[in-house]
Design a protein around this ligand. Structure first.
Ligand code: ZN
Length: 307
């Protein structure tokens, strides 16, 4: 059985964002809406004995200490069931939490070589001593079977693949906005025993036939839900950027995620990486009702999915 816990499902900034007073952020401060951390997932194929995180968000410490399944296991003085952290990009949202996990645990970091190169170029990440926290390159389109820290099998298969996206914001000046490969990856994580399959795409600029092929037939789909509509941040006066410029599709509209994936056979559809400007955070909103009516789940923090 595959277990997936949504540690947080908000996009960069979280909900509420520290300097934001949009409708959703204000609702959280008023106690009318639940707070939500930045996107991170925990995945286990051995009924929760060991977990792999997908991304280490800046909120990861809080996310770990409020998730019972990620506490030290009974009878051990210093311990974590976190066996590895898979990074889907070098965005701050995905890697900053690594700096909070520097207390000597022996997990591995799995990422595309481009993301590993960013870590290597920023020596602050050496607080995670590579001798103790190995950095493992994921090759695109090639199955990988991660091991546990004791060298035994995890029961997981990871397939990393390219998705249309963009380079991390802080690397744009050096690299340009669009780069060919490896900046944003999607993951298919399979329980090798049951064959249950989760597809995780936290950032996606377009649904291409290649992306569809990865998603079709998944038992669980976790997909980029950054914005409800492409110009929502501009209309709300929050930013001058469209979703497309940020490398993300919108949920709604003829070119949106809901319409674009409607024809595919998928077990459960779950939005992740939801920006605080997106009204679907509010369970009472018309947009939330529309998303749910179309078969999508908008998860709260610590919601668990199994397949
Ligand atoms: Zn906000």
């Amino acid at each position: 059985m595959l277990r997936v816990i949504v540690l947080g499902s908000a996009a960069g900034g979280g909900l509420p964002q520290w300097n934001c007073a949009c409708d959703q952020c204000r609702a959280v401060r008023a106690g009318d809406l639940a707070a939500n951390g930045q996107m991170s997932l925990a995945v286990s194929a051995d009924d929760g004995v060991n977990w792999f995180l997908v991304n280490a968000s800046p909120d990861v410490r809080q996310q770990i200490i409020t998730t019972d399944a990620l506490a030290p296991r009974p009878g051990r003085l210093r311990d974590s069931p976190i066996a590895g952290i898979i990074l889907t990009s070098a965005e701050v949202d995905a890697i900053a939490g690594l700096l909070s996990l520097r207390e000597g645990a022996g997990f591995s970091i799995l990422a595309h070589p481009k993301t590993l190169s960013t870590l290597a170029q920023n020596s602050v990440f050496d607080v995670l001593d590579p001798a103790r926290v190995p950095r493992i390159a994921l090759t695109l389109d090639q199955p990988f079977f991660p091991l546990l820290p004791d060298g035994s099998r995890s029961g997981l298969q990871i397939d990393a693949f390219d998705v249309p996206g963009k380079v991390a914001l802080y690397l744009e000046r050096a690299a340009g906005v669009a780069t060919p490969s490896g900046d944003t990856i999607g993951l298919t994580i399979t329980d090798v025993h049951s064959g249950a399959r989760a597809c995780i795409i936290a950032g996606c600029a377009a649904i291409t036939p290649a992306v569809e092929e990865r998603i079709a037939g998944a038992d669980l789909l976790f997909f980029d839900g950054t914005l409800w509509s492409d110009d929502e941040m501009i209309r709300a006066g929050l930013s001058l950027k469209t979703g497309q410029r940020m490398g993300h599709m919108s949920m709604s509209g003829p070119d949106g995620v809901i319409a674009g994936l409607a024809h595919l056979d998928i077990g459960r559809r779950v939005f992740i990486h939801i920006n605080n400007s997106n009204p679907v955070h509010d369970p009472a909103s018309a947009e939330r009702q529309q998303a749910e009516a179309a078969g999508w789940c908008v998860p709260s923090a610590r919601m668990e999915f199994t397949a």
